[in-house]
Design a protein around this ligand. Sequence first.
Ligand SMILES: [Zn+2]
Length: 162
Amino acid sequence: MPRVPFETRVESLMPAPNFMEMALDEARAAAARGEVPVGCVVVREGEIVARAGNRTLADKDPTAHAEMLAIRAAASALGSERLTGCDLYVTLEPCAMCAAAMSFARVRRLYFGAADPKGGAVENGGRFFAQPTCHHRPEVYGGISESDAAVLLRDFFAVRRA
Ligand SMILES: [Zn+2]
């Protein structure tokens, strides 16, 4: 089971929506477009505010990572540059750029799927949130549905190498 702390609430008798599964749907859609399969959803008060998959090829934009697009869309939808009270679900450990954007946006919690030893900057690499120059740290929960996210990436790159 994933390492997720679930809040116990009286009203939570309904099954909680599986936001990581929705992020995985975005990752699958990205793969179908030939993009690196990473997907992201931004959630506030149990509702999806924004969702996105990688679009670096489609947009010819090296910053068009799923998290950046979802953060921009969420900020636009909420009419604020701060995503106060928002939680972000992403299928892969964020890179340094996306971790910085989450910090600037004041994201409350980050849930990510597979760790990314090559490009991640949360548990790997520069560990952005652990640096003294990082002024807002979301609560971080890794390893959520990590096998699904990892299989998606592995299959994508296996096909490309074949
Ligand atoms: Zn990124």
